[in-house]
Design a protein around this ligand. Structure first.
Ligand code: BG6
Length: 516
């Protein structure tokens, strides 16, 4: 069986995108092929792309990692993973069997030149045997400390540049992009010594989520919303990235990260910039990224004093989530019992530009909150004059528009409506759009979407170096203040919506957090 772009005759969805683009021939090279990300995200994404007939016959995978394995062990391991992850089934097995022959594995250290020599040989072999056309997509799925070693290794063996005019060489880099502003700049310098920025695809899986992209569709394809999307009508913005899970088996990783680096520096900043940005002139990678950078540049940089006033950091204690009793962060495996790493952050940011002056943005993110929900809520100002008696509108909240990024992907508009009956009462009601119901289609997984984009060469949903830098400019002062100043660390019971201090932050402005 080959992978062509012919749609299966059965199950044709009339609302599906008729122009799905297949990937060109290429070798996908994963550094860190024996790791968690490869098994949880990359291989399942590859399998789904294959099942959707979006991978051509000239597609091959090379895994590189330190674990000793041969090609067959690697193939078997990948198959087991995919099957365990819910893949499998007769069709999947058939597809898998037909392309697993193009899987190779190289066991080696990243600082050993021999690893790269062998990689070079395997790539040449695949070009000859499988028609992979000298195209390469590298993927750094290793611990971030090894990124510079791998990048330098590729450059030292001339694996960083295309070998012909028609071929491409690209590199996908996983977050975290640096540990703070300085290390991010250092990493970028290393990347740019080996690769041109146009070859670099920094991945933030939030950008692969359909609903994050839908922020752009909602704002820039409609005349109905954009006119109100500014300081004249919006009172404030709330961005929530809540998770019910704890740190799971990633305690020692999380100790070095914390919620600010793990979620705010990347996912929140991406969602924030798409919410705040001006309309791009063109819908292409640089058109969009230029506007996102401009939006981030308008975000207030907090002084240490303001960090104390406008930011709350906290850590989860024991509690109950979804009916189960759960342990506190300091009791998690791999976590220092005296840890001061934050698992929750809430903050208020000012945006200093024409559109948003005077409209605060409140952000909160945390683990072990009551449920998993990511949303952006724009709360409108109250009308200038309410011609109703107070009791008629006592159940009327301010209007809002809520972009539900996950779960229940969609959009809710909250507005006031008359309660049926003789009395004239106005109450807030919701008008809901559900993504799944409207398009009758399963949304592709973020990694699936982003891998295909990187293979095709569309960088729109990847982060440019100046975006990363700007996001660090916003986040770095918080890290500095936490390290050098006396900033308290609050606690919250697992299964609650965070510490009381976060409610106080809102109450000081006479506002409340939404209950998603
Ligand atoms: C990752 C973080 O980037 O995003 C995790 O490292 C977090 O800690 C995850 O759980 C959340 O992603 P999603 O897609 O479940 O919202």
């Amino acid at each position: 069986m080959t992978f062509n772009n012919a749609a299966a005759d059965e199950d044709v969805n009339p609302l599906a995108d008729p122009e799905e683009r297949p990937a060109p021939p290429a070798v996908f090279i994963i550094f860190g092929a024996s790791g968690d990300l490869t098994s949880r995200k990359l291989m399942p994404a590859i399998e789904r792309l294959a099942l959707r007939r979006l991978l051509p016959p000239g597609f091959a995978v090379v895994g590189v990692a330190r674990t000793e394995m041969n090609d067959d062990d690697f193939r078997e391991r990948m198959r087991e993973l995919v099957e365990k992850g819910g893949g499998g089934g007769a069709e999947a097995r058939h597809v898998w069997d037909s392309f697993v022959g193009a899987f190779r594995y190289i066991a080696g250290d990243y600082d050993d030149p021999d690893t790269f020599e062998r990689l070079k040989d395997v790539l040449a072999e695949l070009d000859n045997e499988r028609g992979t056309a000298e195209n390469r997509l590298y993927y750094l799925a290793t611990p971030p400390s090894t990124f510079p070693t791998v990048i330098k290794g590729l450059a030292a063996h001339d694996l960083n540049r295309p070998t012909s005019d028609d071929a491409f060489v690209r590199i996908v880099i996983e977050k975290p992009f640096g540990h703070d502003l300085q290390t991010a700049l250092d990493l970028d310098a290393t990347v740019h010594e080996a690769f041109d920025e146009s070859q670099v695809y920094r991945i933030d899986h939030y950008l692969g989520k359909e609903t994050v992209q839908n922020v752009l569709a909602l704002r820039f394809a409609n005349a109905a919303f954009e006119p109100t999307w500014n300081r004249r009508y919006i009172d404030h913005i709330q961005i929530t990235v809540a998770e019910s899970i704890g740190v799971e088996h990633r305690g020692s990783f999380y100790e070095q990260a914390g919620a600010l680096r793990d979620i705010v520096q990347n996912h929140v900043m991406q969602v924030l910039s798409m919410t705040l940005m001006e309309p791009p002139v063109t819908f292409d990678a640089d058109g969009i990224r230029d506007e996102k950078v401009k939006a981030l540049k308008a975000v207030e940089i907090l002084t240490p004093e303001k960090v104390k006033q406008q930011v709350v950091r906290a850590q989860y204690a024991r509690g109950w989530v979804g009916g189960d009793e759960v342990i506190g962060y300091r009791e998690e495996e791999g976590v220092n019992p005296h840890s001061t790493t934050e698992t929750y952050v809430a903050m208020k940011l000012r945006v200093d530009n024409w559109r948003w002056a005077g409209v605060p943005v409140y952000v909160r993110t945390g683990k072990r909150l009551p449920k998993r929900v990511t949303e952006v809520a724009l709360q409108f100002k109250r009308v200038p004059h309410l011609p109703f008696a107070p009791e008629m509108v006592k159940d009327l909240e301010a209007d809002s528009i809520v972009l539900r990024i996950q779960p229940d992907e969609g959009i809710t508009l909250r507005f006031g409506a008359k309660v049926p009956g003789q009395a004239f009462r106005v109450r807030s009601v919701s008008m809901d759009f559900f993504y799944g119901a409207a398009f009758l289609e399963e949304t592709p997984d973020a990694y699936e979407r982003l891998l295909l984009d990187a293979l095709i060469g569309d960088a729109t949903l990847f982060i440019r170096s100046d975006e990363v830098e700007q996001a660090w400019h916003i986040v770095d002062p918080l890290l500095q203040a936490w390290e050098h100043e006396d900033v308290p660390l609050a606690t919250y019971e697992s299964g609650t919506w965070g510490p009381g201090e976060a409610d106080d932050l809102m109450a000081a402005d006479d506002r409340r957090w939404r209950r998603p």
